[in-house]
Design a protein around this ligand. Structure first.
Ligand code: NAI
Length: 259
């Protein structure tokens, strides 16, 4: 039975991933903030270095140092209390888990990790924000300070997703030689509490509601989880370092000439 860690397991896409992996025969170890939530085996705040380390330590203890899968879903959106917090969870809360659990994954059976990115990573200008370089350099204090000074949560969100996707692409090249896979799933709008909060936000709500994919609807968490389960399975054994858009055609609409 493969042992797979899922972060952000209590809600939305993470909860759907837990359901589909459980059904596929995985032993799932869920990580989220609230002990009372469902699917949560390890309570940890991934926005802080101490919380991330406690999560890594608890996972290693539970899996006895041997892990087969990791799916990083935990994230916050544009309604987060600060722009810096968006980077702390969406970039540093992901990379600390991937790095911290890489040796346990190296000992696993056909190990595979996956990061939930976003179609927002392709937003024009996200790639050229100076905070991206600070994230990729691992300089959390500097990156957070830059995001807070800029005070534009939508830019921080897009940049955090761009940076974490670049991190994954770089890491994939290194991991391949060890037989460890790493992919990114980039969802478009998906009906979850995060998306609902964005739609209700007075600053961004109208823009979020107007940004409709060619398929004419938002996705369901199960539709993202199905791709995650496939990528984590042996059927996807040759898919590595890829960014899979599951977005109802949003990326094709916005960037028809880039692929
Ligand atoms: P959600 O709000 O339903 O679930 C996110 C989960 O992450 C929650 O259970 C939350 O408690 C957890 N989390 C947040 N901060 C945390 C922290 N500091 N420590 C531990 N856990 C924490 O949101 P959703 O939509 O399921 O989001 C999952 C991922 O999908 C996120 O990375 C998000 O950026 C991404 N995404 C979502 C889209 C959408 O339209 N819903 C579109 C594109 C990407």
């Amino acid at each position: 039975m493969p042992v797979t860690v899922v972060t952000g397991s209590a809600s939305g896409i993470g909860a759907a991933v837990c359901k589909v992996l459980n059904a596929a025969g995985h032993r799932v170890i869920g990580i989220d903030r609230g002990a009372a939530d469902t699917n949560v085996d390890i309570v940890a705040d991934l926005s802080t270095p101490a919380g991330r380390q406690s999560a890594v330590d608890a996972v290693i203890e539970r899996c006895s140092g041997v892990l087969d899968g990791l799916v990083c879903c935990a994230g916050v959106g544009v309604t987060a209390p600060s722009a810096g917090l968006i980077l702390a969870v969406n970039y540093f809360g992901v990379t600390a888990l991937v790095d911290g659990l890489s040796e346990a994954l190296a000992k696993g059976k056909r190990p595979a990790a996956l990061i939930i990115g976003s179609v927002a990573s392709t937003q024009p200008g996200a790639d050229s924000q100076p905070m991206v370089a600070a994230m990729l350099a691992g300089n959390e204090a500097d990156a957070r300070a830059q995001a807070d000074v800029l005070g534009a949560p939508h830019v921080a969100y897009a940049s955090s997703k761009y940076a974490v996707t670049r991190y994954a692409r770089q890491k994939a090249v290194v991991w391949g030689a060890r037989g460890m896979r790493l992919n990114v799933v980039a969802p478009g709008a998906v009906e979850t509490p995060l998306h609902q909060a964005s739609k209700e936000d007075p600053r961004f709500g109208e823009a979020v509601k107007k940004f409709v994919a060619p398929l004419g609807r938002a996705g369901q968490p199960d539709e993202i989880a199905a791709m995650v389960a496939f990528l984590q399975s042996d059927q996807a054994a040759f898919i590595h370092g890829s960014v899979m858009f599951v977005d109802g055609g949003m990326d094709a609409m916005v960037r028809p000439d880039r692929f």
